[in-house]
Ligand binder design. Structure first.
Ligand code: UT7
Length: 318
């Protein structure tokens, strides 16, 4: 028995925040943002577009693409660090909204690496025979946790949700997963949640020492992609697509270079979405599939890096 992806879906809020909008909010420029990050616009969730709401919408699309009903699911796992409630979990809210009861539902907190963690747990549950079909969601509204006056963070983050249905299969979809963390540099990227998602004082906002995090991300991701390929006994020549976490185009190109991958074989969504934290990898995966670039049989390397620090990957034959 193996695990593989049966379907994917995504949800993005309607409201667009462009670089021109940011020029009116903080001292920055379209040119600076594009040159340093690659981001042109991002989506901003309304009050009603909670992590659970966005996650549910992404889940419905993933179910549709897998030709499944909510009742077919055996478990719901949601990666998020910006859900409205500590409890009920975002996964329980999503399960409830889908009319699903009697199955395990729980959240995973690993910041921007959340989807990689949730995917690896789903894979393990399937391999151990605990479940046959699992809804794995990444849903975040981190833009609301950024200080609107802090030009170093407000330009980066957008909101959204992505979802995948991971199912048992006699075809090997998941070839390798790798998860890790190291709290040594945790203070470089933090988000307190005294009032989950509703900052009321300066110290409640997301904090990031961007250039330090950048350097760490490049080094850690270079090691991660090699370790993941090694685990599966594969090399970069076997890869069809890199599906990276969408934090910064310069980090993505550095990882692609390390893998000797042309940028035409890298899924990039951050120009239109910014960094959507745990939603970024499943949204990029969904975009790659829906655009027709990713086809059944392609070998994909999903990777992510985030606060904690945490990092994770999945090598997949789609
Ligand atoms: O997803 C979780 C992991 N997160 C990441 O991987 C993000 C990693 N970090 C980054 O993407 C980049 O470090 C940033 C985009 C956040 C910043 O880019 P950078 O090239 O590392 O810039 P910097 O922080 O070294 O700042 C360079 C200059 C500074 O000015 P001085 O001190 O040289 O005069 C900043 O104050 O750019 C200034 N600056 C800005 N200027 C215009 C910082 N933010 C802005 C801004 N607009 N928005």
């Amino acid at each position: 028995m193996y695990s593989r992806i049966l379907g994917t879906g995504g949800y993005l809020p309607e409201q667009v925040r462009t670089n021109a909008d940011l020029e009116r909010m903080v001292e920055t420029s379209d040119e600076w943002i594009i040159e340093r990050t690659g981001i042109k616009e991002r989506r901003i969730a309304s009050e009603q577009e909670t992590a659970a709401y966005m996650g549910t919408e992404a889940a419905k699309k993933a179910l549709e693409s897998a030709r499944l009903q909510p009742a077919d699911l055996d478990a719901v796992i949601c990666a998020t660090t910006s859900s409205q409630y500590a409890f009920p979990s975002c996964a329980c809210e999503i399960a409830g909204a889908l009319g699903l009861a009697g199955v395990p539902a729980f959240d995973v907190a690993a910041a921007c690496s959340g989807f990689s963690y949730a995917y690896a747990i789903a894979h393990a549950m399937i391999m151990s025979g605990q479940a046959q079909k699992i809804l794995v969601v990444g849903a975040d509204r981190i833009s609301h946790a950024c200080n609107p006056q802090d030009r170093t963070t407000i330009i980066l983050f957008g909101d959204g949700a992505g979802a995948a249905i991971v199912g048992a299969s006699d075809e090997q979809g998941t070839l390798a997963v790798h998860l890790s963390s190291d709290a040594k540099r945790a203070p470089l990227l933090t988000l307190p949640h005294p009032v989950r998602g509703r900052p009321s004082s300066e110290s409640d906002y997301l904090y990031m020492k961007g250039n330090e995090v950048f350097k760490q991300a490049v080094v850690i991701l270079a090691g991660l992609v090699n370790q993941t390929l090694e685990k599966a006994g594969m090399s970069d020549a076997d890869l069809d697509f890199l599906v990276p976490h969408q934090a910064n185009l310069r980090i993505i190109t550095a990882t692609a270079r390390k893998l000797h991958l042309d940028m035409s074989r890298v899924i990039v969504t951050l120009d239109k979405q910014g960094n959507t934290s745990s939603a970024s990898v499943p949204l990029a995966l969904d975009e790659g599939i829906r655009s027709g670039r990713i086809q059944r049989g392609h070998v994909l390397l999903l990777e992510s890096f985030g606060g904690g620090f945490t990092w994770g990957s999945a090598l997949i034959r789609y």
